[in-house]
Design a protein around this ligand. Structure first.
Ligand code: GUN
Ligand code: FE
Length: 437
């Protein structure tokens, strides 16, 4: 059976560099139709024409006047930190030691990973996030629970077992060898199972020995199509600690470079305090700098300087993410809003069309998943969301003065949250309306 979604359709083909002035970057169809069969998008176009071409077997769901878009993609999130969000700490190291490492140890408790994983996917769906690149904990069971639940819901997810073998409580440590062996076992079991993808996940340089980073690099060479995810240059005390731990290294970035962990599948969380040499190394490797606005403000880490990263030759690839539980919202709309403010305060304007591009196709490209997710194109997986710009009384009132699509998008980014997500489709199946509330 086929599904035909009717509504105002918006999808991107490319980055809208000049905003309104780059109409080729996106398709907008006022009375659009999106034809879905077997979890994939089969056609997109004018509703009337698509309806006429289909038989009686097609089920029509009318979402007018709402906007139908590809699902949001979150490129950096910690599922074990759902109960860390809103922890009152000063800076990164205090926040990690006092709250995060305490909560993550609970993932050795029977039933805990399963309970949090289930709540996690409910929350992603509630906020319109259909794909995420997630950190689990050091425990294998945290990865099992994550992928089991993602697979049950048929959501396209990227995740990995955190590897950390020093500078954390003993309950959170693996060893270089066990981290390598456990990762290998999990890759064999989960990578490519249904929609699941495995990411090699050394937490960050301070919590791995040289031996562990060496074996992480070996995994990256053995499985070149896997993502690598880690953290880089989030905080100045963190950077000083890395300089102490790896005195031979020119800088923090060179530690990852030395162990073969940079490359086009590598996601580097934060990238705030970088030298010119580090920017060049990241750019030349094709690695992705992941902007985590609400986290960077909440933990007080600093301001992501996008213009500087883009001014390098070649430009640094970038993505945007929540970084829950350093981040404070599961919502990519809230995240785009805070990202806008961080860039604005540095004199950098970020057009609303660019924001929505980034949360969809831009992030899909950063994950090398273009053609699979992130756009409403025939053959792509049918993960999409329905946005309601009148989802609160204040938004409804403000919409009375809105005249253009760009203004509407900016309003949802600035005032919207989970209430703005009217429906979510995962591989062509409604998901948000089926959540227990
Ligand atoms: N650096 C190392 N681990 C973490 C983490 O869990 N969150 C953040 N924000 N930074 C980190
Ligand atoms: Fe993080």
């Amino acid at each position: 059976t086929e599904l035909l979604l009717r509504g105002r359709l918006l999808t991107f083909h490319d980055e809208p560099l000049a905003g309104d002035a780059s109409p080729d970057a996106f398709t907008y169809i006022e009375d659009g139709g999106l034809l879905i069969r077997d979890g994939k998008i089969r056609a997109i176009g004018d509703y009337g024409r698509l309806r006429a071409g289909e038989g009686r077997n097609v089920e029509v769901i009318d979402h007018r006047p709402h906007l139908i878009m590809p699902g949001f993609i979150d490129t950096h999130i910690h599922y074990p930190q759902m109960q860390v969000v809103a922890s009152y700490a000063g800076e990164l190291m205090e926040w990690l030691n006092k709250y995060t490492f305490v909560e993550e140890q609970k993932f050795s408790n029977q039933g805990h990973p399963e309970r949090i994983a289930s709540a996690f996917f409910d929350e992603l769906i509630r906020h319109g996030t259909t794909t995420a690149a997630a950190y689990c904990t050091v425990h294998k069971a945290s990865v099992e629970a994550f992928f089991t639940e993602a697979d049950r819901r048929n959501m396209r997810m990227i995740a990995g077992k955190v590897m950390m073998d020093r500078n954390a409580p003993s309950g959170l440590l693996d060893t270089a060898q066990s981290g390598y062996d456990d990762s290998k076992e999990l890759i064999g079991k989960w990578h490519g199972t249904g929609r699941q993808l495995y990411a090699i996940t050394p937490r960050f340089a301070p919590t791995s020995t040289p031996e562990q980073l060496e074996l992480s690099g070996l995994l990256a060479r053995e499985y070149p199509d896997l993502h690598v995810q880690t953290h880089l240059c989030e905080n100045t005390a963190e950077i000083a600690f890395v300089a102490e731990l790896f005195p031979w290294s020119r800088d923090y970035t060179q530690v990852y470079e030395h162990y073969g962990l940079l490359g086009p599948k590598t996601l580097l969380g934060h990238c705030i305090h970088l030298t010119d040499a580090e920017i060049a190394a990241i750019a030349n490797s094709g690695s992705v700098a992941v902007f985590c606005p609400t986290s960077n403000l909440f933990i007080g880490s600093g301001l992501f300087n996008l213009a500087r990263l883009e001014a390098s030759h070649p430009p640094v690839r970038h993505a945007i993410a929540t970084d829950i539980g350093g981040g404070t919202s599961y919502s990519m709309l809230r995240t785009l809003d805070e990202g806008y403010k961080i860039l604005n305060i540095q004199g950098q304007r970020y057009h609303p069309l660019r924001s929505y591009y980034q949360a969809t196709l831009g992030n899909a490209r950063a994950l090398s998943l273009q053609g699979i997710i992130g756009a409403l194109t025939p053959g792509a997986e049918a993960d999409c969301i329905v946005l309601n710009a009148r989802s609160t009384p204040a938004m409804r009132l403000r919409m009375e003065t809105v005249e253009t699509l760009v203004e509407e998008l900016f309003l949802m980014q600035t005032m919207g949250d989970d209430r703005t997500i009217a429906e979510v489709y995962i591989a062509g199946k409604p998901a948000k309306s089926l959540l227990a509330s």
